[in-house]
Write a protein that binds this ligand. Structure first.
Ligand code: BG6
Length: 481
């Protein structure tokens, strides 16, 4: 983690009573406080249309968040509640009293760092920033945090970036992708660049292919309004999976600093082979929708568009550069799959000539969740007399067993970095736009094809097409035994 935030910060969360705020941000801030990373004067201001008083909001947090975090010291919890404020605001509305109330609260503290965290739909980012500026709330020490998804295609992302960029400098803009805050994701950089043995074999000479899977057991209950508009490609692939791909494929940066790392990631995105022919999208991408998606409980009824929404995606991607030419990167994500697993599997090539019967796993598995750790699957001799029999066995490093320190939640680490002003783990404008540039043709091909996503039964490993995607080159998805 970055060093503790020594100075006082006013953190304003727009969408502050919403699901993300209550489930992730407030608990993460409590952990920062508990670990002494929030200066005593720091304040947290939730903004919403809710019409709550400070006392109402503190009561809500007490009721909804207390059970999610370890409250071992009631005094500390009360001190944390005391940091919380609520301001009601109607973005874009005629009533500007909310902005005046925020000004009254923050006024006189211009020397403090100010962080505006926009945990709200992307179309509100521009209007919110404009209102902030009009209310005179943007100081030189302000930062703005933008939650994903940033837009729904390249064009809308550019518009949002322009709108926010008109008010804040790029160095003040923190675009969050919470996968970058996960411990194992950062460990991937350490594994690759703090150990010498991997680098010589981290290329197309030794690696057959890479698989990146983010599988979830949850569906989308209560989220239809958002999910119908997004689908798994925008919700997961454009950001989380492409970030994992970048960290796996990037060249060693010259320094561990914000620009050097982000420069290398952008180069990977720019080297992705475009799937801009409809025939390529049809051949190298697979969409699925779990049975029952249309019947999920939701405040919005299904529409004709709901049938077209993918809850599962698999893609065969390729990074066209010297290191990776010819190595497929298979990406896969889906809802209502049998297990919650996020992992990166690096499959090395078979031995050139085998003197033993049986294949070789030669596989490195980086497990992000659950049970974060690294496994190297090697071939070993099964004990016994007679014929030599081979058996794949894993060499396991479990972070939970090896390190006894508490593993911080992704949001905690990222909030800590925002408070400390460190943007390394946040996406730069060119990075987000390069990701959309690769995604857009896939979206266009799907839209023009008229095909519906392949159905799959909940609790199964996705549609048949996902298996064919690898099967036609004699490969298979790595499934935990
Ligand atoms: C979010 C997506 O960004 O990531 C959700 O919007 C998804 O649809 C979530 O469920 C997965 O995050 P995690 O950390 O639980 O793997």
């Amino acid at each position: 983690m970055s060093s503790p935030s020594a100075h006082a910060v006013d953190l304003v969360v727009f969408g502050g009573t919403g699901d993300l705020s209550m489930r992730k941000l407030i608990p993460a801030l409590y952990h920062c406080d508990r670990d002494g990373r929030l200066a005593p004067e720091s304040r947290i201001v939730a903004m919403s249309r809710g019409g709550l008083t400070d006392a109402d909001f503190r009561g809500k947090v007490d009721a909804e968040v207390r059970g999610l975090v370890p409250v071992d010291d009631p005094e500390l919890w009360d001190r944390f509640l005391g940091r919380l404020h609520h301001v009601s605001v109607d973005v874009g509305g005629a009533d500007k009293s909310g902005w005046a109330a925020l000004n009254a609260l923050l006024g006189g503290f211009e020397q403090r760092d100010r962080v505006f965290y926009l945990a709200s739909p992307p179309m509100t980012f521009g209007p919110f920033c404009r209102e902030l500026e009009a209310a005179g709330l943007v100081t030189p020490r302000s930062r703005v945090v933008l939650e994903k998804p940033l837009g729904r295609d390249l064009h809308s992302a550019q518009l949002i970036n322009d709108e926010v960029g008109a008010i804040f400098d790029e160095r003040q803009i923190f675009r969050i992708d919470h996968y970058l805050g996960k411990e194992t994701v950062q460990n991937l950089l350490v594994l690759r660049f703090a150990n010498a043995f991997l680098e010589p074999i981290w290329n197309s000479l030794w690696i057959d292919h890479v698989q990146i899977t983010v599988a979830e057991t949850v569906g989308t209950p209560g989220r239809r309004g958002y999910y119908d508009q997004a689908g798994a490609l925008r919700d997961m692939v454009q950001n989380h999976l492409l970030q994992l791909l970048c960290l796996t494929a990037m060249e060693p940066p010259a320094r561990n600093d914000k620009e050097a790392i982000r420069d290398e990631k952008v180069k990977v995105l720019q080297a992705l082979r475009p799937l801009d022919e409809a025939s390529e999208a049809a051949r190298f991408t697979v969409r699925g929708q779990y049975d029952g998606y249309l019947d999920e409980p939701s405040s919005t009824p299904p529409t004709a568009a709901s049938k077209r929404v993918e809850t599962f995606v698999a893609i065969r991607a390729e990074v066209k550069n010297w290191r990776w030419a010819g190595v497929p990167f298979y990406l896969r994500t889906g809802k209502r799959l049998p297990r919650r697993t996020s992992e990166i599997v690096v499959q090395f090539k078979d031995v050139p000539h085998s003197i033993f019967p049986g294949g070789s796993p030669n596989r490195l598995v980086l497990r992000l969740q659950p049970e974060e750790g690294i496994q190297l699957h090697i071939m070993a001799k099964e004990p016994g007399a007679g014929e030599v029999a081979l058996k794949p066995v894993p060499l396991k490093l479990s972070f939970g067993e090896t390190f006894t320190t508490r593993v911080p939640e992704a949001y905690e680490r990222l909030l800590n970095d925002v408070l400390a002003g460190n943007p390394t783990l946040f996406m730069r404008r060119d990075e987000v736009e390069a990701a959309w540039r690769w995604i857009d043709p896939i979206l266009a091909a799907w839209e023009s094809s008229g095909d519906l996503p392949e159905p799959y039964a909940p609790g199964t490993a996705g549609p048949a097409g996902a298996h064919e995607l690898l099967g036609r080159s004699g490969r298979a998805w790595h499934e935990e035994a």
